[in-house]
Design a protein around this ligand. Structure first.
Ligand code: ZN
Ligand code: ZN
Length: 273
């Protein structure tokens, strides 16, 4: 195996929800980059999530992805996936793969989002955790652990999403044992699940972070516990289909990974980093 940068992305969003570009525009961009595989992972419907697909859009989304798969069959493999939020009741049958993600935590009468805006995260901390951000983080990781144990997904999405607005370490200290303990437990469980653990560069493309998610501490633990990784761009804009892939690979190497995995068509294939 020689060093190789993945020519595959299976975490992609489109105008069916909150992406900038249509599914076909994403295919065109993937072809221009020489990709062999592009997977669509639109947000599965959930009542509490304004960024999820409306129920009447789901069949149209499936039909459009299958149309594109046929149209471009000789040039690129197109996969039908979903990004499923852990509390979403949406159907995940009949897909090539899906991604299990935790974006919301139950609280009060409903749910709050950990990645919508920083003021909203701070408001949830104050309203539901008495101002204790570490209690919120512990709840987040416990929920991710429950999702890992309960899911049938092939891929675990951005398992450190709660760091999204904390790159400057001014919301909490991610080296504090109150954070790191639950985070590393979660990383161990993710690794031992055998599912692909995503290194997600989406927040870099959107300007929230300079580093992919999860960060170094969790990734090192995933590696120590024998986990498998996949680099994805969580792409909401066709300009960023392979955004930060080389930096993500560098981070993985720095954490001791020798190989990563990508989808080639529906197969998961290992490659040397
Ligand atoms: Zn997500
Ligand atoms: Zn996503």
């Amino acid at each position: 195996m020689k060093n190789y940068q993945s020519k595959s992305n299976v975490h992609s969003h489109t105008t069916f929800v909150d992406g900038r570009d249509s599914a076909e525009e994403m295919v065109q961009a993937a072809l221009a980059l020489g990709f062999h595989t592009l997977g669509f992972s639109e947000h599965a419907h959930a009542d509490y999530d304004d960024c999820s697909m409306a129920p009447d859009q789901a069949p149209l989304y499936r039909a459009e992805v299958l149309r594109l798969r046929e149209k471009y069959r000789r040039r690129i493999d197109i996969l039908l996936g979903l990004e499923h939020d852990w509390f979403s009741p949406a159907d995940v049958d009949g897909l090539d793969y899906y991604i299990e993600s935790v974006h919301y935590l139950p609280a009060g009468e409903g749910y709050f989002s950990v990645d919508w805006t920083r003021p909203k995260l701070e408001a949830a901390r104050d309203a539901f955790y008495g101002g204790d951000i570490y209690a919120l983080c512990r709840d987040y990781f416990n929920t991710v652990c429950a999702s890992i144990e309960g899911t049938r997904a092939q891929i675990l999405g951005h398992i450190e999403l709660v760091m999204k607005f904390n790159e400057k370490r001014d919301l909490f200290d991610d080296a504090d044992a109150r954070y790191l303990g639950p985070a590393l437990e979660c990383a161990t469980l993710a690794a031992k699940s055998g599912r692909l653990v995503e290194i997600n560069t989406g927040a870099v493309a959107r300007g929230h972070r300079t580093q992919p998610c999860p960060g170094e501490a969790m990734l090192r633990r995933v590696r120590e516990a024998g986990g498998r990784i996949i680099i994805t761009s969580d792409c909401h804009n066709s300009d960023f289909l392979d955004c930060h892939f080389s930096e993500a690979a560098e981070l993985a190497r720095a954490c001791g990974f020798k190989t990563a995995w990508e989808y080639r068509g529906v197969e998961q294939v290992e490659y040397r980093l």
